[in-house]
Design a protein around this ligand. Structure first.
Ligand code: GRF
Length: 297
Protein backbone atom coordinates (compact mmCIF):
# COMPACT_ATOMS: atom_id res chain seq x y z
CA UNK A 1 0.00 0.00 0.00
CA UNK A 2 1.18 3.49 -0.82
CA UNK A 3 0.32 5.94 1.92
CA UNK A 4 -0.28 9.68 1.99
CA UNK A 5 -0.68 11.67 5.19
CA UNK A 6 -2.66 14.91 5.43
CA UNK A 7 -1.73 17.01 8.44
CA UNK A 8 -2.27 20.60 9.54
CA UNK A 9 0.11 20.82 12.49
CA UNK A 10 2.77 19.22 14.66
CA UNK A 11 2.88 15.84 12.96
CA UNK A 12 3.56 13.47 15.85
CA UNK A 13 1.14 10.92 14.36
CA UNK A 14 2.91 11.34 11.06
CA UNK A 15 6.18 10.50 12.84
CA UNK A 16 4.60 7.34 14.32
CA UNK A 17 3.38 6.31 10.87
CA UNK A 18 6.79 6.96 9.32
CA UNK A 19 8.37 4.73 11.97
CA UNK A 20 5.80 1.98 11.46
CA UNK A 21 5.80 2.00 7.65
CA UNK A 22 9.24 3.07 6.45
CA UNK A 23 9.20 3.60 2.70
CA UNK A 24 5.41 3.33 2.38
CA UNK A 25 4.54 6.96 3.12
CA UNK A 26 5.22 8.67 -0.21
CA UNK A 27 3.45 12.00 0.22
CA UNK A 28 2.60 14.47 2.98
CA UNK A 29 0.14 17.26 2.30
CA UNK A 30 -0.70 20.21 4.54
CA UNK A 31 -3.14 23.08 4.18
CA UNK A 32 -0.78 25.11 6.42
CA UNK A 33 2.48 26.29 4.82
CA UNK A 34 4.35 26.29 8.15
CA UNK A 35 3.10 22.95 9.53
CA UNK A 36 5.83 21.07 11.40
CA UNK A 37 4.50 17.96 9.69
CA UNK A 38 5.90 19.26 6.37
CA UNK A 39 9.36 19.66 7.96
CA UNK A 40 9.19 16.12 9.31
CA UNK A 41 8.33 14.86 5.84
CA UNK A 42 11.21 16.75 4.21
CA UNK A 43 13.62 15.42 6.84
CA UNK A 44 12.45 11.91 5.98
CA UNK A 45 13.03 12.61 2.26
CA UNK A 46 9.34 12.45 1.41
CA UNK A 47 7.47 14.78 -0.94
CA UNK A 48 5.96 17.52 1.23
CA UNK A 49 3.28 19.59 -0.45
CA UNK A 50 1.53 22.69 0.81
CA UNK A 51 -1.92 22.90 -0.75
CA UNK A 52 -3.75 26.07 0.35
CA UNK A 53 -7.37 25.80 1.44
CA UNK A 54 -8.85 29.12 0.37
CA UNK A 55 -12.11 30.36 1.88
CA UNK A 56 -14.91 28.65 -0.01
CA UNK A 57 -12.31 26.82 -2.06
CA UNK A 58 -12.74 23.24 -0.92
CA UNK A 59 -13.36 21.94 -4.46
CA UNK A 60 -10.10 23.48 -5.66
CA UNK A 61 -8.23 22.09 -2.67
CA UNK A 62 -9.63 18.60 -3.20
CA UNK A 63 -8.87 18.63 -6.92
CA UNK A 64 -5.24 19.53 -6.18
CA UNK A 65 -5.00 16.88 -3.49
CA UNK A 66 -6.55 14.25 -5.78
CA UNK A 67 -4.02 15.11 -8.52
CA UNK A 68 -1.14 14.68 -6.07
CA UNK A 69 -2.55 11.39 -4.79
CA UNK A 70 -2.86 10.14 -8.38
CA UNK A 71 0.64 11.24 -9.32
CA UNK A 72 2.11 9.38 -6.36
CA UNK A 73 -0.03 6.24 -6.81
CA UNK A 74 -1.49 6.60 -3.32
CA UNK A 75 -3.86 3.82 -2.23
CA UNK A 76 -4.53 4.82 1.39
CA UNK A 77 -5.01 8.35 2.76
CA UNK A 78 -4.35 9.02 6.45
CA UNK A 79 -5.60 12.20 8.10
CA UNK A 80 -3.44 13.02 11.11
CA UNK A 81 -4.31 16.30 12.78
CA UNK A 82 -5.84 17.52 9.53
CA UNK A 83 -8.26 20.25 10.56
CA UNK A 84 -10.58 20.46 7.54
CA UNK A 85 -13.77 18.67 6.53
CA UNK A 86 -13.70 16.92 3.17
CA UNK A 87 -16.69 16.69 0.80
CA UNK A 88 -19.00 13.72 0.31
CA UNK A 89 -17.69 13.53 -3.24
CA UNK A 90 -14.05 13.20 -2.14
CA UNK A 91 -14.67 10.90 0.82
CA UNK A 92 -17.04 8.79 -1.31
CA UNK A 93 -14.34 8.30 -3.93
CA UNK A 94 -11.96 7.18 -1.16
CA UNK A 95 -14.52 5.13 0.77
CA UNK A 96 -12.71 2.54 2.88
CA UNK A 97 -9.33 4.01 1.90
CA UNK A 98 -9.31 7.19 3.99
CA UNK A 99 -8.76 7.16 7.78
CA UNK A 100 -8.65 9.72 10.57
CA UNK A 101 -7.56 9.71 14.18
CA UNK A 102 -9.49 11.59 16.85
CA UNK A 103 -8.56 12.14 20.52
CA UNK A 104 -11.73 10.78 22.14
CA UNK A 105 -13.76 7.60 22.29
CA UNK A 106 -16.16 8.45 19.48
CA UNK A 107 -19.06 9.00 19.25
CA UNK A 108 -18.34 10.91 22.46
CA UNK A 109 -16.71 14.33 22.09
CA UNK A 110 -16.37 14.84 18.33
CA UNK A 111 -14.95 18.03 16.87
CA UNK A 112 -12.54 20.51 18.40
CA UNK A 113 -11.11 20.41 21.95
CA UNK A 114 -12.09 16.78 22.52
CA UNK A 115 -9.89 16.53 25.62
CA UNK A 116 -11.44 19.61 27.23
CA UNK A 117 -14.88 18.26 26.33
CA UNK A 118 -14.04 15.02 28.19
CA UNK A 119 -12.89 16.99 31.26
CA UNK A 120 -15.95 19.25 31.19
CA UNK A 121 -18.24 16.21 30.98
CA UNK A 122 -16.52 14.62 34.00
CA UNK A 123 -15.64 11.50 32.01
CA UNK A 124 -13.66 8.87 33.92
CA UNK A 125 -12.23 7.50 30.68
CA UNK A 126 -11.30 8.93 27.34
CA UNK A 127 -8.98 7.74 24.60
CA UNK A 128 -8.60 7.79 20.87
CA UNK A 129 -10.44 6.47 17.85
CA UNK A 130 -9.20 5.59 14.39
CA UNK A 131 -12.11 5.64 11.96
CA UNK A 132 -12.95 5.71 8.30
CA UNK A 133 -13.69 9.19 7.04
CA UNK A 134 -17.02 10.20 5.62
CA UNK A 135 -18.36 13.70 4.98
CA UNK A 136 -19.44 14.22 8.61
CA UNK A 137 -17.29 15.47 11.45
CA UNK A 138 -15.70 12.41 13.13
CA UNK A 139 -18.69 10.25 12.15
CA UNK A 140 -17.24 7.47 9.99
CA UNK A 141 -17.17 3.78 10.92
CA UNK A 142 -14.82 2.99 13.79
CA UNK A 143 -11.76 0.79 13.19
CA UNK A 144 -9.95 0.80 16.54
CA UNK A 145 -10.20 2.56 19.90
CA UNK A 146 -7.88 2.76 22.90
CA UNK A 147 -8.95 3.82 26.36
CA UNK A 148 -6.96 5.91 28.81
CA UNK A 149 -8.04 7.04 32.28
CA UNK A 150 -8.95 10.65 32.99
CA UNK A 151 -7.35 11.71 36.27
CA UNK A 152 -8.80 14.25 38.70
CA UNK A 153 -5.60 16.25 38.39
CA UNK A 154 -5.73 16.36 34.59
CA UNK A 155 -5.66 19.50 32.53
CA UNK A 156 -6.52 19.39 28.83
CA UNK A 157 -2.77 19.27 28.16
CA UNK A 158 -1.92 16.37 30.48
CA UNK A 159 -4.90 14.39 29.18
CA UNK A 160 -3.94 15.19 25.58
CA UNK A 161 -0.41 13.88 26.22
CA UNK A 162 -1.75 10.59 27.67
CA UNK A 163 -4.13 10.17 24.74
CA UNK A 164 -1.38 11.00 22.25
CA UNK A 165 0.70 8.04 23.47
CA UNK A 166 -2.33 5.84 22.74
CA UNK A 167 -2.75 7.46 19.33
CA UNK A 168 0.78 6.56 18.31
CA UNK A 169 0.06 2.91 19.11
CA UNK A 170 -3.44 2.88 17.61
CA UNK A 171 -2.87 4.50 14.23
CA UNK A 172 -0.29 2.03 12.88
CA UNK A 173 -2.35 -0.87 14.22
CA UNK A 174 -5.47 0.40 12.47
CA UNK A 175 -3.55 0.80 9.22
CA UNK A 176 -2.33 -2.79 9.49
CA UNK A 177 -5.92 -3.94 10.04
CA UNK A 178 -7.06 -2.13 6.89
CA UNK A 179 -4.08 -3.47 4.97
CA UNK A 180 -4.87 -7.03 6.06
CA UNK A 181 -8.49 -6.60 4.90
CA UNK A 182 -9.75 -6.95 8.49
CA UNK A 183 -11.18 -3.44 8.76
CA UNK A 184 -13.57 -1.97 6.21
CA UNK A 185 -16.67 0.21 6.30
CA UNK A 186 -20.02 -1.35 7.20
CA UNK A 187 -21.18 -3.16 4.07
CA UNK A 188 -24.12 -1.73 2.13
CA UNK A 189 -26.76 -4.05 0.63
CA UNK A 190 -25.02 -3.55 -2.74
CA UNK A 191 -21.63 -4.51 -1.25
CA UNK A 192 -23.15 -7.68 0.18
CA UNK A 193 -24.85 -8.67 -3.06
CA UNK A 194 -21.70 -7.97 -5.08
CA UNK A 195 -19.59 -10.14 -2.80
CA UNK A 196 -21.95 -12.94 -1.78
CA UNK A 197 -24.57 -12.99 -4.54
CA UNK A 198 -28.34 -12.87 -4.31
CA UNK A 199 -28.30 -15.19 -1.29
CA UNK A 200 -26.84 -12.31 0.77
CA UNK A 201 -29.08 -10.62 3.33
CA UNK A 202 -29.40 -6.81 3.00
CA UNK A 203 -27.63 -6.23 6.32
CA UNK A 204 -24.62 -7.88 7.89
CA UNK A 205 -21.99 -6.63 10.31
CA UNK A 206 -18.32 -6.18 9.50
CA UNK A 207 -17.65 -9.10 11.86
CA UNK A 208 -20.05 -11.36 9.95
CA UNK A 209 -18.42 -10.41 6.64
CA UNK A 210 -14.95 -11.17 8.03
CA UNK A 211 -16.18 -14.56 9.21
CA UNK A 212 -17.86 -15.23 5.84
CA UNK A 213 -14.56 -14.51 4.08
CA UNK A 214 -12.79 -16.90 6.44
CA UNK A 215 -15.29 -19.60 5.49
CA UNK A 216 -14.59 -19.02 1.81
CA UNK A 217 -10.84 -19.22 2.44
CA UNK A 218 -11.44 -22.40 4.38
CA UNK A 219 -13.30 -24.00 1.49
CA UNK A 220 -16.55 -24.04 3.51
CA UNK A 221 -18.80 -21.74 1.45
CA UNK A 222 -21.86 -23.77 2.46
CA UNK A 223 -21.66 -22.10 5.90
CA UNK A 224 -21.60 -18.53 4.49
CA UNK A 225 -25.40 -18.03 4.41
CA UNK A 226 -25.61 -19.16 8.06
CA UNK A 227 -22.89 -16.75 9.21
CA UNK A 228 -24.42 -13.82 7.33
CA UNK A 229 -27.92 -14.60 8.61
CA UNK A 230 -26.79 -15.28 12.20
CA UNK A 231 -28.15 -18.82 11.98
CA UNK A 232 -26.66 -21.61 14.11
CA UNK A 233 -24.05 -23.69 12.30
CA UNK A 234 -20.94 -25.25 13.88
CA UNK A 235 -18.46 -24.14 11.19
CA UNK A 236 -19.99 -20.65 11.03
CA UNK A 237 -19.68 -20.41 14.82
CA UNK A 238 -16.03 -21.46 14.60
CA UNK A 239 -15.34 -18.77 11.99
CA UNK A 240 -16.89 -16.09 14.21
CA UNK A 241 -14.97 -17.30 17.28
CA UNK A 242 -11.72 -17.42 15.28
CA UNK A 243 -12.31 -13.88 14.07
CA UNK A 244 -13.04 -12.71 17.62
CA UNK A 245 -9.84 -14.34 18.87
CA UNK A 246 -7.58 -12.83 16.21
CA UNK A 247 -9.00 -9.40 17.08
CA UNK A 248 -9.26 -9.88 20.85
CA UNK A 249 -6.35 -7.46 21.35
CA UNK A 250 -8.61 -4.66 20.02
CA UNK A 251 -11.37 -5.00 22.62
CA UNK A 252 -11.67 -2.67 25.59
CA UNK A 253 -11.33 -5.43 28.18
CA UNK A 254 -8.42 -4.94 30.63
CA UNK A 255 -5.13 -5.86 28.95
CA UNK A 256 -4.48 -8.88 31.20
CA UNK A 257 -7.94 -10.28 30.34
CA UNK A 258 -7.26 -9.82 26.63
CA UNK A 259 -3.95 -11.65 27.02
CA UNK A 260 -5.69 -14.43 28.96
CA UNK A 261 -8.16 -14.87 26.08
CA UNK A 262 -5.24 -15.28 23.69
CA UNK A 263 -3.34 -17.61 26.01
CA UNK A 264 -6.44 -19.82 26.44
CA UNK A 265 -6.96 -20.52 22.75
CA UNK A 266 -6.31 -24.29 22.94
CA UNK A 267 -10.01 -25.27 23.37
CA UNK A 268 -10.97 -23.27 20.29
CA UNK A 269 -8.15 -24.86 18.34
CA UNK A 270 -9.42 -28.27 19.46
CA UNK A 271 -12.85 -27.35 18.10
CA UNK A 272 -11.20 -26.39 14.80
CA UNK A 273 -9.34 -29.69 14.77
CA UNK A 274 -12.59 -31.61 15.32
CA UNK A 275 -13.96 -29.85 12.24
CA UNK A 276 -10.75 -30.59 10.24
CA UNK A 277 -9.85 -26.91 10.23
CA UNK A 278 -6.84 -26.76 12.57
CA UNK A 279 -4.35 -25.49 9.98
CA UNK A 280 -6.86 -22.97 8.70
CA UNK A 281 -7.43 -21.78 12.26
CA UNK A 282 -3.66 -21.39 12.81
CA UNK A 283 -3.28 -19.39 9.60
CA UNK A 284 -6.19 -17.10 10.48
CA UNK A 285 -4.94 -16.18 13.95
CA UNK A 286 -1.37 -15.86 12.64
CA UNK A 287 -2.41 -12.77 10.61
CA UNK A 288 -2.63 -10.59 13.73
CA UNK A 289 -0.49 -12.61 16.16
CA UNK A 290 2.31 -10.01 16.12
CA UNK A 291 -0.10 -7.32 17.37
CA UNK A 292 -0.17 -8.86 20.83
CA UNK A 293 3.39 -7.69 21.48
CA UNK A 294 2.58 -4.26 20.11
CA UNK A 295 -0.45 -3.77 22.33
CA UNK A 296 0.27 -1.97 25.59
CA UNK A 297 -3.09 -0.23 25.97
C1 GRF B 1 -4.07 14.50 17.53
O1 GRF B 1 -4.48 14.57 18.85
C2 GRF B 1 -5.14 13.95 16.65
O2 GRF B 1 -5.94 12.97 17.27
C3 GRF B 1 -5.97 15.17 16.36
O3 GRF B 1 -5.02 16.19 16.19
C4 GRF B 1 -3.84 15.88 16.92
C5 GRF B 1 -2.72 15.88 15.95
O4 GRF B 1 -1.47 15.74 16.57
N1 GRF B 1 -6.81 14.94 15.22
P1 GRF B 1 -0.18 15.51 15.68
O5 GRF B 1 -0.13 16.65 14.66
O6 GRF B 1 -0.30 14.19 15.00
O7 GRF B 1 0.96 15.58 16.64
Amino acid sequence: MTLAVLASGRGSNLAALLDAFPGDVRLVISDKPDAAALDRAREAGITAAHVPFPKGGRATFEAQVQALLDTHGVTLVLLAGFMRLLSADFTGRWRGRILNIHPSLLPAFPGLHAQQQALDAGAAWSGCTVHFVDAGMDTGDIILQKRVPVLRSDTADTLAARILTAEHEAYPQAVRLVRAGLAFPRPTPDDLRAEFGDQAPPHASVRQVRAARLLQQWGRPEAVPAVLAGAPHPVAALALATDDLRLAWTTDAPLNERHATWADRAPLRARAQALHLAEEFDAAVHVTAHEWERTTL
